[in-house]
Design a protein around this ligand. Structure first.
Ligand code: GAL
Length: 633
């Protein structure tokens, strides 16, 4: 399959007379795909039942005639205003019980039966009309589930659906009471209809109740998405995607992904660095115009797993965005580098967001490939360059990785439900290991928690995996490579209790977590031979071999054979030391890359990316700032 580029386009924002010229310029730049339609409900159905699809017929016809392939979005992220008149209770409520009102987007509750029926109706109409249209070669469901904190809703519709979910899962109130430990503080229920959502309680609600609500809320997203894919599949053979986000973990993407053909995600490297990462001010300054060197790669690896190998970038930042606290411009070359990094990680397609900067409404300060006056913005030439380069290279997916990190959405919910220390964040913990491994020059994979076989890997990591479960425990037992489990792994049951026997309870490892401590900033636990734990430290009992100790002589890293357990949250430098050592034990060849230089091997080439603001040298080759270099393997 040939790798391709695309762009997000909103024909409904521009006069029709402009469409042919836009289409011509897209094709001229070497773009293959154009995503349209995902916010166009009020144009398709200006009043209930008053359908107006003609303009979309013409837009698809014009784009198709220019040789472009259309990705058609279902418009369910933007219900029109009349929808609210029809279904006044369709809005999500926040945890304080306030409605998330009309006037922006994503103003719906995933559990509202009336709104789901409306979604089925509009998706059916679109699928019937365009399912066999030769220009519509892919579909996107909705837009960015979970964006703007919209997964959790405390509406009446959500409450009713949650009661049903609990009844199906636990079968009797008694079983639910036992599973949640409701005897504590007399929280027992006599009937499923007595159960409310876990908000506005006097003090913290039962963590088991919260965790059940989190699982339920994730299931509601899966259900909502499935309602659309079931309809689309009746009418089209084209692949179906959804565009996920960076560091949004509120629903289980593996579960949603099971109903889709392609995982795609929306990559905004500068926005994420400013808005979503905990890095030091110094790091943020250094990578201000390039983005964090590892955050995109992490999500590429994650979504490759969610898509079971098939994944795209549906939205790629082209210039300054509008939504981060500060919105710098990328260094010249970054719109090219970001695309190449995605391709080197196996992306089939990278679509830039958006074609032309809109001079009106919320995103008027968000750059596009064109300025509002249709003059080319800097990223257009970079996109055209990538298209030419793609055409000249043999097609090859990303190469196999020797190292894997197990990633689990439910663990993110578990540690949000009961952080026990203000800084204990699951993504932050897992992502802490990732740059250390990338700086060693390794290809990485991310694996879902139900992976049954790790034999393709030499090193597997399971940081903070709340509940291992039977599959992961058996996989670990059978694994011949090096494993690093912990901190805090296997320390909760699926119902958010402390398991017995006490954690970590790993095959053959004689160790018990006797006590855990969370650590405020500035209170690190120093390790012997340098290094430190921050945020989190566990006191271990048992006879397992100690590989590393704290300065006061407590076990910091222990092992039984190839299985290692880490008793704290390492600083970035400590993670690097530990992982370099484990890579050595696993027989992996590592490099020591300079800050900002990163590698990824495809089936045919080694790619080298320079995220630094200055030129860096790799094996005698100088790579300019924001430069990409590749050579055959
Ligand atoms: C994405 C979203 C787009 C647009 C973009 C701006 O989150 O899917 O519709 O809002 O951000 O950066």
């Amino acid at each position: 399959m040939k790798r391709t580029l695309g762009v997000c386009y909103y024909p409904e924002h521009w006069p029709e007379t402009q469409w042919p010229e836009d289409a011509r310029r897209m094709a001229e730049a070497g773009l293959t795909w154009v995503r349209i339609g995902e916010f166009a409900w009020s144009m398709l159905e200006p009043a209930p039942g008053a359908l107006n699809f003609d303009w979309l017929d013409r837009a698809i016809g014009i784009l198709g005639a220019a040789g472009l392939k259309v990705i058609l979005g279902t418009p369910t992220a933007t219900p029109p205003r009349w929808m609210l008149t029809r279904h006044p209770d369709m809005l999500a409520l926040d945890a304080d019980g306030r409605p998330r009102k009309f006037g922006a987007r994503r103003h719906y509750c995933f559990s509202h039966p009336g709104y789901i029926a409306e979604c089925r109706r509009i998706v059916t109409l679109l699928a019937e009309r365009y399912g066999c249209n030769p220009h519509v070669q892919a579909w996107q469901t909705d837009n960015e589930y979970g964006c703007h904190d919209t997964t959790l809703s405390y509406s009446d519709a959500a409450r009713d659906a949650f009661r049903d979910w609990c009844a199906q899962k636990y079968q009797s109130p008694d079983a639910l009471n036992k599973a949640w430990g409701n005897v504590f503080w007399s929280m027992d229920y006599g009937d499923f209809d007595e159960i409310d959502l876990p908000n506005q309680t006097v003090t913290e609600p039962n963590p088991a109740h919260v965790m059940a609500f989190r699982r339920f809320s994730s299931d509601q997203v899966v259900r909502f998405n499935r309602a659309q894919t079931e309809i689309l599949r009746h009418h089209t053979d084209a692949p179906i995607a959804h565009n996920y986000m960076g560091r949004v973990l509120d629903f289980d993407h593996f579960d949603v992904g099971a109903d889709l053909d392609i995982a795609s995600w929306d990559s905004y490297p500068l926005g994420f660095l400013s808005d979503r990462l905990e890095d030091s001010a110094e790091h943020k300054h250094r990578f201000l115009r390039q983005g964090d060197p590892d955050n995109q790669a992490f999500h590429h690896d994650l979504y490759r797993a969610v898509g079971r190998g098939r994944w795209w970038i549906m939205e790629q930042q082209p210039g300054p965005v509008n939504w981060a606290p500060h919105n710098p411009a990328p260094l010249p070359g970054m719109a090219r580098l970001w695309a190449w990094e995605a391709f080197a990680h196996g992306a089939e397609t990278v679509c830039y967001f958006r074609w032309r900067q809109a001079p009106f409404a919320q995103e008027q300060m968000h750059a596009g490939l064109l300025r509002p006056d249709s003059v080319a913005a800097p990223a257009l030439a970079e996109a055209a360059q990538v298209a030419r380069e793609l055409a000249a290279l043999p097609d090859a997916g990303t190469a196999a990785a020797p190292v894997a990190i197990v990633f689990d959405y439910a663990s993110a919910w578990a540690w949000q439900t009961q952080p026990q220390g203000a800084d204990f964040d699951y993504f932050r913990l897992v992502f802490g290991a990732y740059p250390a491994l990338r700086a060693l020059g390794l290809n990485l994979d991310i694996l879902p928690p139900d992976t049954a076989d790790y034999s393709a890997y030499q090193l597997v990591l399971m940081p903070g995996l709340a509940t291992l479960g039977e599959v992961a425990t058996a996989a670990l037992k059978a694994f011949g490579g090096i494993a690093l489990v912990g901190p805090r792994s296997n320390s909760k049951t699926a119902e958010m209790s402390i398991p017995l026997p006490l954690p970590p309870d790993l095959p053959g490892l004689d160790a018990t977590v006797a006590l855990v401590e969370s650590l405020p900033p500035g209170s690190a636990v120093p390790l012997q031979d340098g290094g430190a734990f921050v945020h989190w430290f566990e006191h271990l009992d048992g006879t397992a071999d100690t590989v590393l100790k704290t300065e006061s002589g407590r076990p910091a890293l222990i092992r039984h054979g190839h299985l290692h357990y880490l008793a704290g949250w390492p600083t970035p430098e400590t993670f690097t030391t530990i992982l370099r050592d484990l890579c050595g034990k696993a027989g992996l060849k590592t490099e020591t890359l300079p800050d900002g230089l990163r590698l990824r091997d495809t089936g045919t080439h080694r790619f080298v990316f320079n995220y630094a603001p200055e030129p860096l040298t790799y094996q005698g080759i100088e790579i300019p700032a924001a430069g990409v270099y590749w050579r055959p393997l």
